[in-house]
Design a protein around this ligand. Sequence first.
Ligand SMILES: Nc1nc2c(ncn2[C@@H]2O[C@H](COP(=O)(O)OP(=O)(O)OP(=O)(O)O)[C@@H](O)[C@H]2O)c(=O)[nH]1
Ligand SMILES: [Mg+2]
Ligand SMILES: [Zn+2]
Length: 335
Amino acid sequence: MYQQKQSSSFSNFSHGRVSVVHKTCYEIISEEGIFQCELTGNILFGKSPGEYPCTGDWVIFQPTDHDKGIIFDILPRTKTLYRKKSGTVSGKQAIAAHVDIAFIVQSLNSNFNVRRIERFMVQIVEEDITPVLVLTKADLGFNEVEITQALKHLSDKMPVFITSVHAPEKITALRELIKQGETIVFTGSSGVGKSTLVNALCGKELLETSAVSDSTGKGRHTSTRREMVLLEGSGILIDTPGVREFGVTGGSSDSLAAVMDISELEHSCRFMDCTHTSEPGCVVIEAVENGSLERDVYESFLKLRKEAWHFSASEHEKRQCERSFTKQVRQFKKK
Ligand SMILES: Nc1nc2c(ncn2[C@@H]2O[C@H](COP(=O)(O)OP(=O)(O)OP(=O)(O)O)[C@@H](O)[C@H]2O)c(=O)[nH]1
Ligand SMILES: [Mg+2]
Ligand SMILES: [Zn+2]
């Protein structure tokens, strides 16, 4: 981080980490304290809203008051969790930056959905973030055989924790996974118990959770903003509000194939650029036909790949469009 800061033209200013994003105001935690900051015009007009700071970002700012300041620069992002902006074809939204581990949180009773887990995993693996699956609300009952069967192809690729806020030993096990200085982001649908989990890990009610604990396990949407909390002597936890849909933006063939158990197989396909859809000598299709690759997993692979292709194609198109517009403006100015 220090090196990155030195290469910024604002290296003589303070640096800190974004802990909460409000509409136009960013809360920064720094060695000098907590500051509510706004963006300089430079960032506002030079970047698209998708590139504005997100929780976890390291920024350079200048205090203007004891608790206020202005953000001048955003340090280059690493390991950022993005999702496709809902309602757009190619917009992407940064959820959390500089993340080491992502907890994919699902509740065992009503929210468990293996296709959704794959979706999160592809996006996480793509950014070189370590995925961990956390299944909550075990106390409400679940079918262990069914869950184990559904996770067959994923359980060797990430640790799986079955937790309940009413079982302190499960929370302890989860806490032991987190190393000092690591950043962990909590992702998943609304009501699955992300904020409850963060509070349980901290041993304090730091975040607001849905007040009424309902027996159906559905919960209600409560978190309206992201929050970062520091786990004493351990890591940094980033809670996120639940999202209804999680559209993938990434999903290079490599990360997709790795998550979906296709990597090993595809080396043996007859054609190097086999799309595994209709080619002769495709070992992936053969595996589906002989049952060694589950059809559901294969279909999920095709669906996620199509989404990722669609996203990058529209992103490419958008960039081409922007480029030709800049060219037109330049030609116009010449005249
Ligand atoms: N029975 C049971 N209820 C839980 C458990 N964990 C969370 N809950 C309840 O589930 C509801 C939702 O929990 P939250 O922590 O607010 O869920 P969230 O994922 O943060 O939801 P959003 O902030 O809306 O995204 C609350 O009523 C919690 O009390 C658990 O392990 N067991
Ligand atoms: Mg919450
Ligand atoms: Zn193939």
